[in-house]
Design a binder for this molecule. Structure first.
Ligand code: AMP
Ligand code: MG
Length: 297
């Protein structure tokens, strides 16, 4: 099912994750749709071991030391993204960093090894609800919206992974979680400041470093003007189209690629974007489009 781009929830030691192929734009778009997430915040890529993690991100000595001590386990590392690992831009929200975790749960390990690629997996609950720690919680929240849930019983840790930011200079705590901060501080020999203030991407919706097109962007355009390149949606045609059939999952999967493509093709013109309905995934798409259209500093 994962190989077919479908969503499979699975147990980890923290909470149940909603898994999709992290290399597939469509699978990752489906994750946002199933959770009804109002924003494209970055997701954690799950891999079975350090070697697979090193294919996605750049590890320095500090990162290797932390990984050696706490992986597999309830710790996520945010590290510089390696060039060309084939991750969907929806996973990293176009940031130059990537969040990676190696879960310890034997079912998660077996699934990741059998699949053989990175699995994007936020918690398997509708956006804004309590995280699921049993398969029945997953079904109660997402039943009918996902292909399957692998039942591994109750999660042992029950809270999300600790997120440690190692992408910049100083190590920073981006989210407290299953690994105690004190244990990380002892290993690193320093106190950890809580990161994630304005400009940092740890808080969903504060993704100031999102890619913004060079071109000016006009939203809710029904027709294209002479100095514009049109990015269409559904019946509103353009040189490019987010989804000819007006499918919001397809539009979300295409969004980041097509914004870049439109920017390349615009060559000094503005980008006009057709209206996208503000329901379901359309909310996250419009959130991203508003950022692209916002006045630049
Ligand atoms: P969830 O997948 O719902 O457990 O949430 C993932 C968390 O990791 C969110 O708080 C994200 O903002 C954070 N995160 C994921 N990728 C990155 C990244 N590249 N840089 C900083 N934070 C990240
Ligand atoms: Mg969550």
């Amino acid at each position: 099912m994962l190989r077919a781009g479908e969503l499979v929830a699975f147990p980890t030691e923290t909470v149940y994750g909603l898994g999709g192929d992290a290399r597939s734009d469509l699978a990752v778009a489906r994750i946002f749709q199933a959770k009804a997430r109002p924003r494209f915040n970055p997701l954690i890529a799950h891999v079975p071991d350090l070697a697979s993690a090193e294919a996605l991100a750049v590890f320095d000595d500090r990162a290797r030391k932390v990984a050696a001590a706490f992986w597999p386990g309830p710790l996520t590392l945010v590290l510089p993204l390696r060039a060309g690992p084939g991750l969907s831009p929806l996973v990293t929200a176009e940031l130059p960093s990537v969040a990676i975790r190696v879960p310890a749960h034997p079912v998660a390990q077996a699934l990741l090894r059998a699949f053989g690629g990175p699995v994007a997996a936020p918690s398997a609950n509708p956006s804004g609800r309590v995280s699921p720690t049993r398969a029945e919680h997953v079904l109660a929240g997402l039943g009918g919206r996902i292909a399957a849930v692998v039942d591994g019983g109750a999660c042992a840790v029950g809270v999300e992974s600790t997120i440690l930011g190692l992408a910049g200079g100083d190590a920073e705590l981006l989210r407290p979680g299953g690994v105690p901060v004190e244990a990380l501080e002892a290993l690193l020999g320093q106190t950890l400041a809580m990161g994630g203030h304005a400009g940092r991407p740890s808080a969903p919706g504060q993704l100031a470093s999102h890619y913004a097109p060079e071109a000016a962007v006009r939203l809710n355009a029904m027709t294209v003007q002479p100095d514009e390149l049109m990015l269409g949606f559904g019946p509103v045609q353009g040189a490019l189209n987010l989804s000819e059939t007006g499918d919001l999952v397809e539009a979300a999967a295409n969004l980041f690629h097509l914004l870049r493509e439109a920017d390349r093709m615009a060559a000094g013109r503005r980008i006009a974007v057709a209206p996208v309905p503000d329901t379901g995934l359309g909310r996250a798409i419009n959130d991203r489009l508003r950022r692209a259209a916002a006045p630049r500093g």
